[in-house]
Design a protein around this ligand. Structure first.
Ligand SMILES: [Zn+2]
Length: 220
């Protein structure tokens, strides 16, 4: 078995340091964990932004914290682990330079050509890209939450469609700039929305293993 990853990268140079009426959503579940206990506002911001970018695809997601809420009957289950410190870096705190080997903001596991339902979001790398300047604390948390939600949506796209492909623009592109991460608006392109909508309606043909949770998780 060969295990590899599809990585979502950050632009190396910028790190200054749904619609058819006959489509009915099936509910998917995201089982998630944080390395460090997050603020409730951060979690709610992530879920709200994720819901906003997935809404055009009629994607209905239940968020379930690993080890706390394991019940449920879902169309598919995806596991997302938020690695490192997901809090915003305070203004003035020095940022260690992000090396080319560290540019991965998120990744999804692949084995034997199949996309597995396991992904990670690398908060420790992300927080070194997202610069907020002096802002109200709640604004800073919202910006970080928005960025985390977009990386999460990118990885869910891979898992939901079973595709390792990226597109030229939008959330399914291969690399994000700081602006992509933090701008007020950033969305999937129309073709990607269509693919996920087909998956949600059961018309997609993508490989989508039924994960038994908690199931075996590939070593990273
Ligand atoms: Zn990707």
């Amino acid at each position: 078995m060969t295990l590899r990853f599809i990585a979502l990268l950050a632009f190396a140079g910028l790190g200054s340091l749904r619609g058819a009426s006959d489509v009915h959503a099936k509910q998917f579940a995201i089982y998630y964990s944080f390395d460090h206990a997050p603020l409730l506002l951060l979690v709610s911001t992530i879920q709200e932004e994720f819901g906003r970018v997935m809404a055009p695809a009629n994607i209905d997601v239940a968020w379930r914290e690993i080890n706390k809420q394991n019940g449920g009957d879902y169309a598919d289950i995806y596991v997302v682990r938020f690695r490192g410190d997901c809090s915003i870096m305070p203004p003035g705190e020095s940022k260690a330079a992000v090396t080319s080997a560290e540019r991965g903001l998120g990744e999804t596991s692949i084995t034997d050509g199949h996309v597995l339902p396991f992904a990670e979001v690398r908060c420790d790398v992300l927080r070194r890209y997202v610069s907020i300047g002096p802002r109200e604390s709640s604004d800073a948390i919202s910006i970080m939450g928005r960025a985390i939600a977009r990386i999460t949506a990118h990885e869910i796209y891979h898992m939901m469609t079973g595709s390792v492909r990226h597109c030229g623009s939008g959330i399914a592109q291969a690399e994000y700039s700081t602006r992509d991460l933090t701008a007020a608006q950033f969305a999937f392109g129309a073709p990607e929305i269509t693919r996920m909508k087909e998956k949600a309606s059961g018309r997609g043909e993508a490989y989508a293993p039924k994960a038994e949770f908690p199931g075996p998780r590939p070593a990273l």
